[in-house]
Design a protein around this ligand. Structure first.
Ligand code: BGC
Length: 263
């Protein structure tokens, strides 16, 4: 391998877990990390075949991916993901807490069930994913990266999407607090805050031309992001070039946060 190839294989030999790696931003993260040479563990909820196509795509890039059945809102299942990474690939270098859902419900109409679901999948899983990954990284030594896929809405209200905003606000402080606590171990904790991205979570908006027009107009760059444009930020943050970034969030939002209310 010459120097140039080495540069483009920033993550050669590294091992990553990407929660929610089967679709949307998570899928793009898996592929971007694999392009950089990482081997990857992906969770699936009930159908093993859900990860098969993705495992093959990763294999075509020259790396390995394995699917593991896990409900990331359960601590035991998260532990199984970590154990699968260690058993199969010997270590864990990069934990991407990406799994996320939203209910698009307001303060007045959110049910207890909706509240619990969003907070469990988005925030509880990120907290325990961080904790368990950090334990493994401390045990193996040499540091690591924890990347929390947040949102512009960790900071910025989105009326009508309250539980989601709460979960991302919590994630904001998880990133900052865990980043400070884990810095002595050289475990870096960074958030990524996308704006509107063309993924299944935004399907209803994407199907509504009038809403899309309004959304595009509100974004200074004039369009939604493609998932790869978030995946590439995560690949950068997982690599050596980002070794001095921790306890903060990097926004990749086309400028939307500076210009309008959440849509
Ligand atoms: C939300 C989308 C919203 C976007 C921009 C994302 O985090 O998931 O529903 O359109 O932020 O406001």
């Amino acid at each position: 391998m010459n120097d140039r190839e080495e540069n483009t294989m920033n993550l050669k030999g590294k091992v990553a877990i990407v929660t929610g790696g089967n679709s949307g931003i998570g899928l793009a993260i898996v592929l971007e990390l694999a392009k950089q040479g990482a081997n990857i563990v992906i969770d699936y909820v009930s159908h093993p075949e859900a990860t098969e196509a993705l495992e093959k795509q990763v294999a075509d890039l020259g790396d390995q991916a394995i699917g593991v059945e896990a409900d990331v809102s359960k601590v035991d299942d998260l532990q199984n993901l970590i154990e699968a990474a260690v058993q199969r690939f010997g270590r864990l270098d990069i934990m991407v807490n990406n799994a996320g859902v939203e209910t698009r419900t307001s303060v007045l109409d959110t049910t207890e069930e909706q509240y619990e679901k969003v907070l469990a999948i988005n925030l509880k899983s990120a907290f325990f994913g961080t904790q368990l990954a950090a334990k493994q990284m401390v045990k193996q030594g040499g540091g690591g990266r924890i990347i929390n896929i947040s949102s512009v809405h960790e900071d910025w209200p989105m009326p009508g999407n309250t539980p989601y905003c709460l979960s991302k606000g919590g994630m904001r402080m998880l990133t900052r607090t865990a980043g400070v606590e884990l810095a002595p171990h050289n475990i870096l904790v960074v958030g990524v805050g996308p704006g509107a991205v063309a993924t299944p979570i935004n399907l209803s908006t994407m199907k509504d031309p009038a809403l899309m027009k309004k959304l595009d107009a509100a974004i200074p760059l004039g369009r939604m992001a493609q998932p790869e444009e978030i995946g590439s930020v995560v690949a950068f943050l997982a690599g050596d070039g980002a070794r001095y970034i921790t306890a903060t969030t990097i926004f990749a939002d086309g400028g939307i946060m500076q210009s309008s209310p959440g849509l």
